[in-house]
Write a protein that binds this ligand. Structure first.
Ligand SMILES: Nc1ncnc2c1ncn2[C@@H]1O[C@H](COP(=O)(O)OP(=O)(O)OP(=O)(O)O)[C@@H](O)[C@H]1O
Ligand SMILES: [Mg+2]
Length: 235
């Protein structure tokens, strides 16, 4: 490997999601904020779990998962079915699951102090917020959610973590979510569930990724007992 190849690799974060790195020049741009938007059940949580697991287990990049949506035991048990032993990672100090069951604006701010504390405690390099949509529900006024997002995003950027913000897109919705996450994000990966005559199919597309010559085509999302993978459409 020459110096140029090495520095290019250092600037990318391998995602751990089979098939995705090939579509985005080797991985997410390091230290950026990525919105992973998708309809219910499209695979956002499973994909972000692979992202955290791969980093912590194989690349010495510890991770924090902030859950507004999934209960701790449910997450650990479910991910074990894909061979992802987060319990083990957590006891090795490589991973932290933060279960947030809060609904007030003040509590959100305190929560984020805790998040930043945990990121620093385990020297995390990867962070997942599941989901921005659930978090935003704590804010009565849309504008307050917007201000909070900008503030949090700034604080998180300072940590150097590559961060996935999951966004729940209601089935059939034409916009991604609340309509402003798009501007904060360096990248947007969209997962969709589409209805066909035979049934439903899941697909993914990269809407934007700053600094990246990314693929523009749809890929099938395949979820099996082995986990999640993306398979580009073949024409
Ligand atoms: N073992 C498995 N084999 C195949 N598909 C599976 C398996 N386990 C889960 N799935 C699929 O994954 C989906 C759940 O994925 P995931 O929880 O990541 O979705 P999500 O986008 O986070 O959903 P939500 O918005 O509800 O949180 C299930 O609805 C199912 O279609
Ligand atoms: Mg989920």
């Amino acid at each position: 490997m020459n110096v140029r190849q090495a520095s290019k690799l250092a600037s990318r974060v391998p995602t751990g999601i089979a098939g995705l790195d090939d579509l985005i020049q080797g991985g997410f741009p390091r230290g950026t904020s990525i919105v992973l938007a998708g309809s219910p059940g499209s695979g956002k949580t499973i994909a972000s779990a692979h992202f955290l697991y791969h980093g912590a287990k194989n690349l010495d990049e510890n991770g924090v998962y902030v859950s507004f949506a999934e209960q701790r035991d449910f997450f650990f048990d479910n991910m074990k079915k894909f061979g992802l032993d987060f319990e083990r990672l957590e006891s090795d100090g490589k991973f932290k699951f933060l279960d947030v069951m809060t609904s007030s604006e003040e509590a959100i701010m305190v929560t984020f102090e805790t998040v930043l504390g945990e990121v620093s405690a385990i020297n995390a390099k990867r962070l997942v917020i599941d989901s921005f949509s659930a978090m935003a529900q704590a804010f009565e006024k849309k504008i307050d959610g917007r201000i909070a997002l900008h503030m949090l995003n700034k604080l998180i950027r300072k940590t150097g973590c590559t961060t996935l913000w999951l966004v729940e897109v209601p089935q059939g919705s034409k916009t991604l979510g609340l309509g402003f996450e798009e501007f904060v994000a360096d990248a947007i990966v969209q997962f969709e569930t589409i209805h066909e005559k035979e049934g439903i199919r899941k697909r993914a597309v990269i809407l934007k990724m700053r600094g990246t010559n990314h693929n523009h085509r749809y890929s099938n999302i395949v979820i099996s007992d082995k986990g999640i993978s993306l398979m580009p459409y073949v024409t």
